[in-house]
Design a binder for this molecule. Structure first.
Ligand code: ATP
Ligand code: MG
Length: 200
């Protein structure tokens, strides 16, 4: 049995509306390069930065898509920790909870370069900064994003896949190709629930 107390644990939070191969490639690369035991793909319950701007798919369906996405990826796990907590999803709460649940755990917060730029705008960002090592993955087409000021971060080079959920929602709505961008299990959930039928 691996000793959970000594785990090196990655946390990749997102709306995952829908999850795609860019998310998986980033998580797997960080896990391999930093020698992490596991990367949690944490599904935001209420993504407070996005929910005022567009309709967000119900959290349970986004979780089902992430579960389908990680099914073939050893070391990646879908996490419902923010859905179980309910309400607005704050990374500071999630990291604190993981610390409390897993004594001795070393946390690595994985963010794409676009998200990294805005870290100081996250609620209770000082706690986020203190609780985990921030790991930045460059996103294709969105280079240059680094955490603001003197926010400490490790940069991991990963395959740059220019894939975004926003583009995928439009592709699903318009019937354009998605099969090389999204795991098959995710497409099954989208079809079964009739998601993304209308253009964003
Ligand atoms: P949207 O287009 O709706 O904003 P997204 O594709 O950016 O969706 P999110 O759920 O917002 O997906 O992203 C969760 C995390 O994954 C963020 O830290 C984001 O920067 C990162 N990420 C998303 N897509 C990629 C990618 N192609 N490569 C690396 N990191 C990514
Ligand atoms: Mg995004």
């Amino acid at each position: 049995m691996p000793d959970e107390a000594a785990a090196r644990l990655g946390v990749l939070g997102g709306t995952f509306d829908p999850p795609h191969l860019g998310h998986l490639a980033a998580a797997l690369e960080v896990r391999a390069k930093l020698g992490l035991d596991e990367v949690l793909m944490v599904v935001a319950n209420d993504p407070w930065q996005k929910s005022p701007l567009r309709p967000v798919t119900p959290a349970e369906l986004r979780l089902a898509m992430v579960e389908a996405a990680v099914a073939g990826c050893r070391g990646l796990t879908a996490s419902s920790i923010e859905i179980d907590r309910g309400g607005e999803s704050l990374t500071a709460d999630t990291l604190a909870r993981l610390r409390a649940d897993r004594p001795g755990v070393e946390l690595f917060l994985v963010v794409g370069s676009d998200a990294a730029e805005g870290l100081d705008g996250w609620k209770r960002c000082e706690e986020v900064r203190a609780l985990a090592t921030t790991v930045v993955v460059d996103r294709g087409g969105r280079e240059g994003g680094r955490p603001p000021g003197d926010w400490p971060a490790v940069v991991v080079e990963a395959p740059r896949l220019e894939i975004s959920s926003r583009d995928l929602r439009a592709r699903f709505a318009e019937g354009r190709p998605v099969a090389a961008l999204v795991p098959p299990g995710v497409i099954e959930v989208v079809s079964a629930h009739g998601l993304y039928r209308s253009s964003p």
